[in-house]
Design a protein around this ligand. Structure first.
Ligand SMILES: Cc1cc2nc3c(=O)[nH]c(=O)nc-3n(C[C@H](O)[C@H](O)[C@H](O)COP(=O)(O)O)c2cc1C
Length: 347
């Protein structure tokens, strides 16, 4: 069973994931091999996401990297392309009942319920420490009404040290009978336009994969003012304990992530990129450099790593090192040359 990254760090308090006791860190820390230092500047891994320049295309994904600071003892955060922090709401949220995680073939299900400390506490308690790093910090924002999304952005706008916002639109819109914002083009357009008005910083929209045609949703976000798209969030899924006939999670359903979803999300990135001109950031099931390359080839300008950090907290840097070595071995001087290099005619 995968465990919370926070549970692996001594001296921190768990836990987004419902583990009420602290797990022994012995072993977990020693497994978290700190990647070797590589020669800086050997390969140009820098990427542009609109106006924002990142030193490399490897970002830590929201909800799988805490508020970033928890990982500072395990790796040099300055080496990451960026950190997308845990989703922030207007008020603190306690989250869903345990169990919040369960393992599935080649992946895992989670029902964390978007537990977080709230936007104000993030600004007061986490951002000052994060600001000391020169890595781009991206605030993941969510709400259950458009006003809540805008409220979170207004709080964050007052703070220094954020590079961009990433809007998680996989939330139910309580003003519209609980339909996910991200599943309806009009609702996407409304929430993105409102966020755009409130935000001075770049606005990334993280799309839900639980849609019929991602191109329509991608275009709605772009037309309403998105600077980039993040593709995609987790897939609604279930896992049942046949003995009790109950969900293996504290809720009937959860979100599927990990290697199992990579081929499906890869297709979504490909389709989203064909529909828009703005940059697309790909994520879903990335565990190694080859996974990153696949996402870049079908059109992603950068990638994020989520679930892999649960089994190996230093996964982001491991993948970054692999990517750098791959580029050196294959004489790829600039990583951007790979973006959208997909050969459609090669079966
Ligand atoms: C435990 C857990 C918590 C997550 N929390 C958030 C969140 O707060 N906001 C968000 O936009 N995505 C959240 N996600 C989704 C991930 O950022 C990512 O989109 C998804 O897991 C697919 O990538 P992966 O297969 O590399 O994990 C969460 C995922 C997991 C596994």
């Amino acid at each position: 069973m995968p465990r919370s990254p926070e549970a692996r760090v001594p001296g921190t308090t768990p836990d987004f994931l419902g583990f009420s006791t602290k797990h022994p860190t012995q072993g977990a820390i020693s497994r978290a091999r700190i990647p070797a230092v590589t020669v800086p500047g050997a390969v140009d891994l820098s990427v542009n996401i609109g106006a924002l320049r990142l030193p490399n295309p490897i970002l830590a994904a929201s909800g799988t990297f805490g508020y970033g600071v928890e990982f500072a003892r395990l790796m040099d955060l300055n080496r990451l392309g960026g950190i997308v922090v845990k989703g922030l709401s207007l008020e603190p949220m306690a989250g869903a009942p345990a169990p919040r995680l369960c393992e599935t073939p080649s992946g895992m299900l989670n029902a964390v319920g978007l537990q977080n400390i709230g936007a104000r506490a993030f600004v007061a308690e986490k951002l000052p420490a994060l600001r000391k790093y020169h890595t781009a910090i991206i605030a993941n924002v969510f709400g259950y009404t458009i006003e809540e999304y805008v409220g979170v952005i207004r709080i964050l706008e007052e703070a220094e040290g954020l590079a961009a916002y990433e809007l998680n639109i996989s939330c139910p819109n309580t003003a519209h009978g609980g339909i996910q914002f991200g599943s309806d083009p009009q609702m996407v357009s409304d929430v993105v336009a409102a966020a755009r008005q409130a935000a001075r910083r770049p606005l990334w929209i993280k799309l839900s994969p639980n849609v019929t045609d991602i191109g329509i949703i991608a275009r709605a976000a772009e037309s309403a003012g998105a600077d980039a798209l993040t593709v995609a969030n987790t897939y609604q899924a279930m896992s049942i304990d046949v003995r009790t006939r109950k969900s293996k999670l504290g809720r009937p359903t959860g979100g599927l992530s990990g290697p199992a979803i990579k081929p499906i999300t890869l297709r979504l990135v490909y389709e989203a990129k064909r529909a828009v001109k703005i940059p697309v950031i790909g994520l879903g099931g990335i565990e190694k450099a080859e996974d990153v390359l696949e996402y870049l080839i079908v059109g992603a300008s950068a990638t994020q790593i989520g679930t892999a950090s649960f089994s190996h907290p230093a996964a982001c840097l491991e993948v970054l090192n692999q990517l750098e070595k791959y580029c050196m071995r294959h004489n790829i001087n600039g990583i951007n040359s790979l973006v959208s290099s997909f050969q459609a005619d090669s079966a």
